[in-house]
Design a protein around this ligand. Structure first.
Ligand SMILES: [Fe+2]
Ligand SMILES: [Fe+2]
Length: 212
């Protein structure tokens, strides 16, 4: 009975995340297997992803403090992302592994290159919010793959927690964009971001030592 309930819950979460992500390209199925050969590197990379998420939220609060809902929504996410960073650090320590050096984040750098540079503040702000939504969505998708595909039950549970949390953050960033700006404008731009993300995914090597 318990197992049936768990299966139902898993199906619901699975359908939920599939629907909300909207990503056009699933992760290469080889990726999960590759990560098992690079545990220290993938955890290190994950730790820095969480740290950068916290830092970007702080930066958004600093630059867009004239949007009070943004401040209210992102202030607790800073704490949450920093908590994620600490959880990954604890996992490294538990396994006798070390936090390595930060590496270049090709995926995020390529996303940033697509952001509107000049023009209106509105347009730049929408792109900042959608960039975060996309990073959260792709991270969530990757954590989902790990939570379903790894052999180590402990690691599956570990990644499931992140999967659920990042799905919530994805929703927050999309909702903020649609609250502040015309919904249709945001949705049209989101479609452009999703299309662009396919190009990025296709040019980045599948590596087991990287979250993205
Ligand atoms: Fe996180
Ligand atoms: Fe997040």
């Amino acid at each position: 009975m318990q197992e049936t309930a768990n299966n139902l819950l898993a199906d619901e979460v699975s359908i939920h995340t599939k629907n909300i992500l909207g990503l056009k390209l699933p992760t290469d199925p080889r990726w999960v297997d590759l990560t098992t050969w690079h545990l220290e590197e993938i955890l290190t990379d994950h730790a820095y992803c969480e740290q950068k998420a916290a830092m970007t939220c702080i930066s958004l609060i600093q630059r867009y403090s004239d949007f009070p809902e943004l401040v209210d929504e992102l202030a607790p996410i800073v704490t949450e992302e920093w908590g994620h960073f600490r959880l990954v650090l604890a996992e490294l320590k538990k396994r006798g592994l070390k936090l390595g050096l930060q590496r270049k984040d090709k995926y995020v750098n390529k996303l940033r290159a697509f952001q509107q540079k000049g023009g209106s503040r509105e347009g730049r702000f929408i792109d900042e919010l959608l960039t975060m939504a996309l990073v959260e969505a792709r991270s969530c998708e990757r954590f989902k793959r790990l939570s379903e595909g790894l052999a180590d039950i402990g690691m599956r549970k570990f990644y499931r927690l992140f999967m659920e949390s990042e799905a919530g953050h994805y929703t927050t960033f999309i909702t903020l964009a649609e609250t502040f700006f015309d919904k249709q404008r945001v949705r049209n731009r989101w479609q452009e971001w999703l299309a662009h993300e396919i190009d990025i995914m296709e040019t980045i090597d599948v590596r087991g030592d990287r979250i993205h």
